[in-house]
Ligand binder design. Structure first.
Ligand code: URA
Length: 185
């Protein structure tokens, strides 16, 4: 049967569809505005997210919040934020294909219910998994993408930008693209 956002969250909390369930403290369904203009999609929970059950609350998350502040968007008022996989991969490794495949139906259903006007993918895993693409992030950033008609902006993962500050300029270009798309609505 079709599930509501809350029901999906409860299902994710108990999910055992892949091996990541064994290693988790808490699963991380996502949070934010339930009628969002923007949906933000990351890769998977890290240590702080696994402990709290909340997305993007560690170092990368705090940094990402400064991006959203810069374009005047908040979790409460504007966007919903979640990940491709809802449980933490061990040692923060990339999620395996089988883990992505097991988890993706949750995100697909979340998108159906949230009906965002724009989707922002953070990093390679988010973009590849959602769009089924495998070109380099540098190539993907320059092209137009959509998910079932919803425009998708792809940018670098905040953790990658923290390691390589030269990525800040392209990220800012991508954030301006998000602002532009939201204002077109
Ligand atoms: N990085 C992600 O991709 N997702 C989180 O929830 C936290 C860090």
């Amino acid at each position: 049967a079709a599930q509501s956002l809350e029901e999906i969250g409860k299902t994710i909390e108990k999910c055992t569809k892949c091996n990541l369930a064994k290693g988790r403290t808490k699963s991380v369904p996502g949070e934010g505005n339930h009628n969002p203009s923007l949906l933000v999609v990351g890769e998977g929970p890290g240590r702080d997210e696994d402990r709290t059950g909340r997305p993007f609350v560690g170092q990368a998350g705090n940094y990402f919040e400064t991006w959203m502040k810069a374009i005047k968007l908040s979790r409460e008022g504007d966007f919903f934020i979640t990940n491709i996989v809802k449980c933490r991969p061990p040692e923060n490794r990339d999620p395996l294909n089988e883990e992505i495949e097991a988890c993706l139906p949750y995100l697909e259903r979340q998108i159906e219910l949230l009906q965002p006007r724009v989707i922002l993918c953070l990093g390679r895993v988010a973009a590849y998994s959602l769009l089924g693409l495998s070109e380099s992030l540098t190539l993907l950033r320059g092209k137009k993408h959509n998910y079932h008609g919803i425009p998708v902006v792809i940018t670098y993962h905040p953790a990658a930008v923290l390691r390589n500050l030269t990525l800040r300029a392209p990220v800012w270009e991508d954030l301006k693209k998000v602002t532009r798309l939201l204002s077109e609505g």
